[in-house]
Design a protein. Structure first.
Length: 590
């Protein structure tokens, strides 16, 4: 083997690894994160968790990615450790699909159909069609499909290149002697483990083994220990991702490690014990790419079936390794200092990360509403404990804005679809509105505090008017948060008429106060307090309007906020005018 053959081999390996990365990225984009979100929500049943783990891994072509994602779910408290076990077991089965695709390099025969199955026949066609589609198409879905085709073509071309280079090595005694060393079960496992740990993909390392098998110099006695080692090395990515994470995340990563060590060691002990008695003749035969795929699949499927009734053993084992601490067993405060669901591991799966951001934003919205409603209650009766709660909630909402904003900025640098980018932008705008609503809650609380300390109170008429105004503000914030949580576009269209009525109430109450002031029925000082409260009410309604408009913008192409508002307030808009009239009758001042 000369220097040029080595360079060709290295080039083929580079194409193979790059093609696998491109293919994986394309498949992740094609799934749109939907499979991962299903994985998060439908893992309570152990069998379902295994099937979902296998299905997700088969689609995204990476058991490491699935396991890292599961570590993130466990670390965030979204998934229980018992649920994670099933997914990790299933991921080991799903990853075997790649080996079957790569076994096509070993197809032999002169028939038209068999010739077409060879990578050298269909890879150039896929690459050409993919490049043309990617160059000419403007639609995101077609570009993703083109990326998948290009990635697969590059992957198979790299595989074919490696296979062609190693074919002559069967006659090279030095090469065959090196391979004979790895027929030793321990050495074989170590080389498989190290290779997979370096490239962090068992699919890729199995592919490299399949390429070597084309030479005919790799026997099954060499291939089997390497396959066992590859299965263990696959858990390195998950172990690395758990560094710096919580103890539960570390336990999830250890489950993958323990499971793979147990199944590999158990297989090796049983297999080589039987071999000592029976003497398997096939071990000395040359291994094929198809044979590697069969062994890889059979090993993982049988392991899952045998381990299925004993998953509790794995859970027990990791808890023995990492026992529960006192801090873990204590009840966790409802007001968390860290937003755990915003796990950095999800950034590599943008759709999942975006879903977690939405969940966190919903929590933020509810905290902002709680702060506002608590502050409003204190206008009737001030309470220091309740005032402390408003401050605590406002600080929590501020923390959410900081954490969510930073996380969304990091997410924006990832490869997002056009719709995901727009949704991210909407979230950034909405969390700003939620934060401002909590600020207005503080302002209202301070007005209540001022009235309490100065022993001031509104006139009966002012109280009645403010009660009507308060009802309208509560209704608009409840509606806008429901719109945000449920993305209800029909309901979103009702927010703007409510905001219009609140503007009217604000103006009308101030006019009525001036009349009472002239008649000596109210004081200037109380007028300032009333003005502060109604101004905060009106600004809260503005933020509610912004939230509804953001949701409408997300779901309608070429949506123009100013044009929409101009059309609403136009004299010709009979529907809007009728809705405003109906609401004015509902919130009529006494």
């Amino acid at each position: 083997m000369d220097i040029f053959s080595i360079l060709t081999m290295v080039g083929g390996l580079a194409l193979f690894l790059y093609g696998m990365e491109v293919l994986g990225d394309g498949l992740k984009k094609a799934s749109g994160g939907k499979l991962e979100i299903i994985l998060e929500k439908l893992t309570s049943n152990k069998l379902m968790a295994i099937l979902l783990g296998a299905g997700v891994t088969a689609v995204i072509q990476s058991s490491s990615a699935t396991t890292v994602m599961v570590v993130g779910f466990v670390n965030s408290g979204i998934m229980k450790l018992s649920q994670a076990i099933g997914v990790i077991l299933g991921a080991n089965v799903g990853t075997t699909v790649t080996a079957w695709l790569l076994s096509l390099t070993g197809v032999e025969g002169s028939g038209m159909f068999l010739q077409f199955l060879k990578p050298s026949s269909f890879a150039p066609i896929l690459a050409f069609v993919g490049v043309v589609m990617r160059s000419m198409s403007k639609r995101e879905k077609q570009k993703v499909a083109a990326t998948i085709m290009i990635g697969f073509a590059v992957l198979m071309t790299g595989m074919e290149t490696m296979s062609n280079v190693v074919k002559p090595l069967a006659e090279n005694s030095d090469f065959t002697n090196i391979l004979l060393m790895f027929s030793n079960p321990v050495l074989g496992m170590l080389i498989g483990l190290v290779l997979t740990a370096i490239i962090q993909s068992s699919s890729a390392s199995v592919g490299i083994l399949q390429a070597l098998c084309v030479s005919g110099a790799v026997s099954y006695s060499t291939a089997i220990p390497i396959i066992m080692g590859q299965n263990i090395g696959d858990c390195v990515a998950a172990l690395l991702s758990s560094a710096g994470a919580g103890r539960q995340a570390k336990r999830a990563a250890l489950i993958g490690l323990y499971y793979k060590i147990i199944k590999a060691v158990a297989f090796m002990v049983i297999f080589y014990t039987l071999n000592a008695v029976v003497h398997f003749t096939f071990l000395s035969q040359p291994a094929s790419a198809l044979g590697v795929a069969v062994i890889h699949t059979a090993f993982n499927v049988v392991s899952v079936i045998l381990m299925y009734p004993f998953t509790w053993v794995l859970e027990k084992l990791v808890y023995l390794t990492l026992p529960e601490t006192e801090a873990e067993t204590q009840a966790i405060s409802a007001v968390k200092k860290e937003i755990q669901i915003l796990d950095p591991r999800f950034l590599n799966t943008p759709r999942v990360a975006l879903e977690q951001c939405k969940n966190a934003a919903v929590d933020m919205a509810n905290y902002a509403r709680d702060a506002l409603f608590t502050a409003i209650r204190m206008l009737d009766r001030f309470d220091k404990k309740e005032a402390g709660k408003v401050i605590e909630l406002e600080e929590l909402v501020d923390h959410y804005e900081d954490e969510l904003g930073s996380y969304l900025i990091k997410l924006s640098s990832k490869h997002l679809t056009a719709k995901d980018s727009q949704e991210l932008s909407v979230l950034l705008h909405c969390i700003g509105d939620f934060e401002r609503i909590s600020d207005h809650a503080i302002n209202i609380m301070e007005s209540a505090k001022e009235m309490y300390e100065k022993e001031m109170s509104f006139s009966r008429k002012a109280e009645e008017e403010l009660a009507i105004f308060t009802g309208a503000v509560k209704d608009i914030i409840n509606t806008s948060i429901q719109v945000f949580c449920e993305e209800d576009l029909k309901l979103a269209c009702t927010v703007e008429p409510m905001e219009e009525v609140i503007d009217y109430l604000n103006s009308e109450i101030k006019k009525r106060h001036i009349k009472r002031l002239r008649k000596g029925k109210c004081t200037i000082e109380m007028g300032f307090v009333l003005s502060d409260i109604t101004t905060n009410y009106e600004r809260v309604s503005d933020h509610c309007s912004n939230i509804a408009l953001c949701l409408l913008q997300l779901n309608e192409e070429n949506f123009d906020t100013h044009e929409y508002q101009d059309n609403l307030t136009s004299k010709d808009n009979v529907v809007f005018a009728a809705e405003v009239k109906k609401l004015r009758e509902q919130y009529v001042l006494p």
